[in-house]
Each structure stands twice: as C-alpha cells, then as structure tokens.
Design a protein around this ligand. Sequence first.
Ligand SMILES: N[C@@H](CCC[C@H](N)C(=O)O)C(=O)O
Length: 362
Amino acid sequence: MAIAAAIFLSLPPQIRRSPASIAAPFRSTSSLHFDSFRSNFSSLKNPNLRVSASSMSIGTPEKISTTSFLDRRESRFLHFVKYHGLGNDFILVDNRDSTEPSITPEQAVKLCDRNFGIGADGVIFAMPGVNGTDYTMRIFNSDGSEPEMCGNGVRCFARFIAELENLHGKQSFTVHTGAGLIVPEIQEDGKVKVDMGEPILKASDVPTKLPANKDQAAVKADINVDGVTWNVTCVSMGNPHCVTFGNRQSQNLTVDELNLAAIGPKFEHHEMFPARTNTEFVEVFSHEHLKMRVWERGAGATLACGTGACAVVVAAVLEGRAGRSCMVDLAGGPLDIEWKEEDNHVYMTGPAEVVFYGSVAV
Ligand SMILES: N[C@@H](CCC[C@H](N)C(=O)O)C(=O)O
C-alpha cells in the first residue's frame, strides 16, 4: 500500500481562518501545501510508503480543488480526507456510490498505522442512506473491528458531507448507524451538535454480565480487574461503555495518575464484557464539570471519545455525581454534553476539523 499524491494540511491554529470559512477549508488559498517530501520519504524504511510530489510551498494558491480531488475515481487509489474531533482522528472516505465499504478491515488496519500508514484511530465511510435517512455511516476501528457508532466520528462525518455536497452554514443530516438514527447539525460557528439518541442502560443490552439493579442496569457495580475492585456503571450509546469514578483504593480518581496502557486492555477484554468495552476513567470537578481519560475498544488510548463523554454524563447522573448538562474535559479538549430529561436523548456539541487530504494506492 503506498501513500501517494498530494497531501494538504489545514492551517495551524495561530493562522486559522474565521469559523465561517472553516466550513470550506479546502477552498482556502493559504493552506500549507506539502506536495513534497519525496526525498525524505523515500529514505523511510517502509518501501511501500511514498508521497509522490516534489515541492513544498506555503501560502500558495491551491493546485487541486476539493471537488476535483474527491471526484477522481482511479480504481487503484483511495482518496481520503483526514479529520479529527479533539484529536480523535479518522480517515474519511466518500463511499456514497456503494453500500459496501471500498476497503477491507485489513486494509483499514494498515491505513491507520501511525508509522507505516496514514495514521488514524479509525476509517469512516460515507455511504448511501437507508430507511429514508440521508446517509449511512460505517466505521472500522484501527484494529479492524467495526463498532456501532462513533461520536467524534459523526461530527467529522457531518463536516465531510457538507464539503462533498458543497453546503454552507447551518446544516443537519439524518445518519443511519449501527446505533440507529443519529442526527448531527452543523452550527453557525462550525461546531457540530449531535442528537446521539437514547442511552441503553439494560445490562444485557450494553452488553455486560455485571449484576444489574432493579431497573436492570449495572450501576455502581463492583468489578475485579487485576486484583483491584473498581466501581463501574455500564452504558451503551449504541456501543458499550464502562464508566468508573474510582476503586476501593481511591474513591475519587486523579485521572492523570492512571497508567492507562496497563489497565485499559484489562477492562477491554474482561470476561464481564462479551462484546469487549470502551472504558472511561472520570474525575469530578463539580456538578457541571468532569474530566475523563478513555481506553477505546479496538483503538486503545485516544485523545477523545464522543460516545464515551456521553456515557460518562449518563453514568454521572445515575450515580448522583453530576447534573444533566456538563462540560467534559478530554485530553484533546472539551465537549458539551446534555442528557435531556424531556426526550431522554443525549446531545453532544464539539468541533471537527480537517487535517489533510490525500490519496493512497490500495
Ligand atoms: N472514538 C469514538 C468511538 C469509536 C468506537 C469505539 N472504539 C468502539 O469500538 O466502540 C467516539 O468518539 O465515540
């Protein structure tokens, strides 16, 4: 697999354009243009990794328009745009012409590799809608598994669709996902507010084998992980989450002190989670302000997890630790989450940004 053609980077924060123009980042005349690096990259150890063009210029007019770039349909090349939502990064693929993803899970693993590929937490496919929805979103994690939903991913998805369809300003879409209907809405300021639907609390549907309470939910349940008894609440946002605020040794976590790489996989593969699990470790600052670190199923430690932040607020409400509307700090930045009493839906608001676009031979 060779990475080829032009790679364009979005502007660094200090020279980013106004929010209104961020909606059309590719059309900027001042994007960093990395047409470059042939010599640098050719010396890399991976002979399959190539960036083909040959000059680097900053502040040049664009040489390839977004539309012409994404409209190319050479069969050997996969054209992509890389986005991130608070550092949770994805390779977005225009798959609107087919109901099957254009690459396999094995190819996704290679593309997501941060040393030998493009580097990402997952690959997201924009596909035709079903059952009257505008679009379908599918995603492969960086380990090739397919989750039901991705919160940061769906914000990136909305911005990707707006770019593909040349839409500006406030826009909303209905998106079919493995978690059912999800409705992202691009706001005037460029952030994306997403109706993430209702949380699933029934333990067997999360799924978890942990003991349930009278409402069939696993709330404040004890789980032994590697000799430590953790107190957890399990929530599905379409995908499974195990949320913890502490363990027997430390009732209130200081999340920066955790060795996530050591403890995360032990939760992910714990026998109490038949579909594996995402795990959120949470510190409570106040009733409206939480901080979390996440170990994601199929992707490991990531800088942010949208479904995870939603699950955290639901769990915090169920445990009486926070109100229904919270700011959740993640390693990549904050998300605003609200679990509305009126409709029982969770709403997530946060950014989604282009990183670069390019092509890869597959
Ligand atoms: N980072 C995502 C979640 C992606 C899926 C997750 N790894 C899973 O397997 O469930 C988010 O922002 O929600």
